[in-house]
Design a protein around this ligand. Structure first.
Ligand SMILES: Cc1cc2nc3c(=O)[nH]c(=O)nc-3n(C[C@H](O)[C@H](O)[C@H](O)COP(=O)(O)OP(=O)(O)OC[C@H]3O[C@@H](n4cnc5c(N)ncnc54)[C@H](O)[C@@H]3O)c2cc1C
Length: 291
């Protein structure tokens, strides 16, 4: 392994300045659970960095704010802090579903939701949740700040909208309305420590039994996580009606563009999209309750 410098800035400005240096190839590091593996196994795939910029000591990136507008999660907040906070998980149980199954307990102690989306693996478990919860990503860089919807953040395997020198600062999830519910499920062949063969994140809001809004996103069935736009066909229909679940399941199946590999065929993955969409909708409905 070649020599790699390490820096641990205390401000966004300093981090951006280090990451935008023209003479150095650098990478931001949050928990390092992807980055350190990549630096050891295949550094050429991430540009053979000379410098790792540890962003965990930047206060804004560790903040968690929950108020009437919603939840703002600093990009470096580790997963265990999210699923252990009932004020977050009561409102956004899908965040608990997805963060509590990433790796094992040691990984969850370091890994961040920000790192999960910046790593842009098609199988990233928290990404469908962020998309289905209508999240916005706040980015800072040499040219200032910008916001981007979670569904537009990943552009390919390992690729994102982040430009040279930019970092993800935080993720904002708007407050859910009345009678809202959300859920994430993944299929893996083992009980834990595996990559999703398919993952589905779903959020709905209801008026009685009628679907007022829905957002469904898929993992591991395309080069990036996929927003199922046709799921909106169930708006105005009764969530109690089997036909409604069937329409949503079909929409997911049709939006998926999986490949066949050792973990599943195209046909199997499409079938799983249908099954997991129906199941997450049922769970989201239960969680939406009557209030
Ligand atoms: C044993 C093991 C099991 C795992 N299991 C799962 C699993 O079940 N599900 C799953 O989805 N993932 C899994 N992972 C992958 C990994 O843990 C997650 O993707 C994790 O969320 C990455 O977060 P991190 O904070 O460690 O990111 P890091 O490793 O620090 O960074 C990941 C990438 O994002 C970039 N980056 C990080 N933060 C920022 C930022 N704020 N701004 C700009 N760029 C940034 C880094 O430069 C790097 O390219 C597993 C990994 C291991 C080692």
């Amino acid at each position: 392994m070649k020599w790699i410098d390490y820096a641990s800035p205390n401000s966004i400005k300093e981090a951006v300045s280090l990451l935008s240096s023209k003479n150095t190839v650098s990478r931001a590091m949050a928990g390092g659970t992807d980055l350190i593996v990549q630096l050891r196994a295949a550094p050429e795939r991430i540009g053979n960095p000379d410098l790792v910029v540890d962003i965990k000591n930047i206060p804004e990136l560790n903040e968690v704010t929950l108020n009437s507008k919603g939840l703002t999660l600093g990009s470096a907040v580790p997963m265990y802090k999210i699923y252990n906070d009932t004020s977050i998980t009561n409102l956004f149980p899908a965040l608990q579903d997805s963060t509590s199954l990433v790796g094992g307990i040691q990984i969850q102690g370091r890994a961040s939701v920000g790192g999960n989306i910046c790593n842009s693996a098609p199988s990233g478990d928290t990404i469908p949740t962020l998309i289905s919860l209508n999240s916005t990503c706040k980015i800072d860089g040499p040219n200032g700040s910008r916001n981007i919807k979670a569904e537009d953040f990943c552009t390919g395997p390992g690729k994102t909208v982040l430009e040279n020198g930019e970092i993800l600062v935080s993720i904002h999830i708007p407050a859910p309305g009345k009678q809202s519910g959300n859920s994430y499920l993944r299929f893996i062949p083992r009980n834990e420590m595996d990559i999703a063969v398919v993952g589905v994140g779903t959020s709905i809001s209801l008026d009685g039994d009628i679907v007022k809004s829905v957002k469904i996103a898929l993992a591991s069935v395309g080069p990036t996580p996929i927003l199922v736009t046709d799921a909106e066909k169930i708006i105005g229909k009764s969530i109690e009606d089997e036909e409604t679940l069937k329409i949503a399941g079909e929409a997911s199946k049709n939006a998926a563009t999986p490949i066949t590999d050792m973990r599943g065929t195209i046909e199997f993955r499409k079938h799983l999209c249908d099954v997991l969409t129906r199941r997450t909708l049922k769970i989201a409905k239960e969680r939406a309750g009557g209030n």
